[in-house]
Design a protein around this ligand. Structure first.
Ligand code: PLP
Length: 447
């Protein structure tokens, strides 16, 4: 397949093909985040990224719907971010020493979420989840984490349990399954897995409530882009009743669906919120924001021996570095001060969704497009409802991967197995290119 592919694209992307061969010698695989797992059908190496488009090393331009998997809500190289990073770099990047950007950034985070009292900064969504779970375990002196099938909380053993593709057990009582080879079995076995939306599952958990460290959930799972207010309200009530901290993973949805994240759309307040992606303005960043007594589980006492007994440890060399914090603060301020951007993003997303649905409908191709705010997910599937594993079982992943290949030939970069993300920088022209590329692609694929 590769030889045929290379022959066909030798003229269009010679530089990317050469770069892929170079990368193959030193990296696990040549392209983007899923590089460690899903081989790309169409190597793309970017030389420049501006607003809603990326340009590859051969000079081909693509409208980008990956948004770098989330951070670039303002589009690539937005002036407020570029200026913030440049001035912080000029002032001298500071890390592991207190700095003003860190304080200002934490203030913005805490002020943005109702009821939040403290922020703890780290370097990725994965780290945010790891840290929050440790804080809850320390607080509760319990081990068991409850999570939901199909929800991903970063690449740790814990974050990946039952997070994708392979599921076992009854769908209403899923058995925990490792998300990756190499996961510690004890971590996997010590996880309780439920279905998002299944209030009965929550009630069955009642008998074990005393053993639980925390419950972690994506309030608006980006894989389906659905938000279940009734379920989240029930989950909040149960957690409050049982005294078990509730963690919302808003690594994707925070500042994307609206400034206050999915929690503000349903008016349900978690005890801790996990953040990442957008809050770093494209630099590595994560945060845990929420209840003071939980976050302060890692505040030092004056006695290191006592700390060992009574405190959790959380921290990292680059956590709260001034460069990231300046970039993140610039993005947050811009979003906070321009609420119309969210209305525009939603309008653009809905317009595009309708266009894509129409392209497949008129050809009789089964396709589901879930959309919410600036997130949309596309599945070639008949199934519009059901729990995550039902939707997965009904989806034609090969078609989704093929779509990415066709779209790139028509000037649009979509990630192969990830939701699509729009930015405030996408223009009407960009959306027209996407609509046309999709229409041509599905027509070619149907042939
Ligand atoms: N949580 C969710 C919901 C995510 O989608 C992701 C990443 O895609 C993470 C956590 C992990 O974030 P990161 O990739 O920054 O470690």
């Amino acid at each position: 397949i590769r030889a045929r592919f290379d022959e066909r694209f030798a003229e269009q992307i010679p530089g990317s093909l050469r770069m892929r061969d170079r990368a193959d010698r030193v990296l696990v695989a040549p392209t983007h985040m899923h590089r460690y797992f899903f081989p790309s059908t169409y190597p793309l190496f970017v030389r420049e990224a501006r607003a809603g488009r990326v340009t590859d090393v051969d000079g081909n331009e693509y409208v980008d719907l990956s948004g770098g998997y989330g951070p670039h809500i303002l589009g690539y190289a937005h002036p407020v971010v570029t200026e913030a990073i440049t001035s912080a770099a000029t002032a001298g990047p500071v890390n592991a020493i207190g700095n003003e950007p860190e304080v200002e950034f934490a203030e913005l985070l805490v002020d943005s979420l109702p009821g939040a009292e403290r922020a703890l900064l780290c370097n990725s969504g994965t780290e945010a989840a790891l840290t929050a779970i440790r804080l809850c375990r320390a607080h509760r002196r319990r081990d068991t984490v409850v999570k939901f099938e199909g929800h991903y909380h970063g690449f740790s053993d814990q974050g990946m349990v039952s997070s994708w593709f392979r599921f076992t057990g009854d769908k209403h009582a899923p058995e925990p399954i490792a998300g990756s080879l190499g996961s510690q079995r004890a971590v996997v076995k010590g996880t309780r897995v439920l279905q998002y939306g299944d209030i009965g599952g929550l009630d069955r958990l009642r008998a074990e409530a005393d053993d639980l460290a925390c419950v972690v959930v994506e309030p608006l799972p980006s894989s389906t882009a659905t938000l279940d207010r009734e379920f989240l309200t029930a989950l909040r009530e149960r957690c409050t009743e049982w005294g078990v901290p509730l963690i919302f993973d808003e690594v994707v949805t925070g500042y994307r669906v609206t400034y206050g994240g999915a929690q503000s759309l349903v008016d349900v307040q978690p005890d801790l919120t996990l953040l990442g992606k957008i809050i770093g303005g494209g630099l590595a960043c994560g945060a845990v924001v929420g209840r003071a007594d939980l976050v302060e589980m890692c505040r030092s006492t004056e006695d290191p021996f006592l700390d060992y007994e009574q405190r959790a440890f959380a921290g990292g060399t680059l956590s709260g570095n001034s460069l990231t914090c300046r970039a993140g603060a610039a993005v947050l301020r811009h979003l906070r001060d321009n609420p119309h951007l969210y209305r525009e993003l939603e309008e653009k997303t809905e317009r595009l969704r309708d266009e894509l649905i129409e392209s497949t409908r008129k050809r009789g191709i089964p396709c589901r497009v879930g959309a919410r705010g600036a997130i949309f997910s596309l599945n070639f599937s008949h199934r519009s409802a059901g729990v995550y594993r039902d939707r997965m079982a009904g989806s034609n992943f090969k078609a989704t991967i093929a779509l990415a290949y066709y779209m790139r030939r028509h000037g649009v970069y979509i990630p192969e197995l990830h939701s699509f993300l729009l930015s405030t920088a996408h223009t009407d022209d960009d959306l027209a290119v996407v609509g046309k590329a999709f229409d041509l692609s599905v027509a070619e694929m149907a042939d």
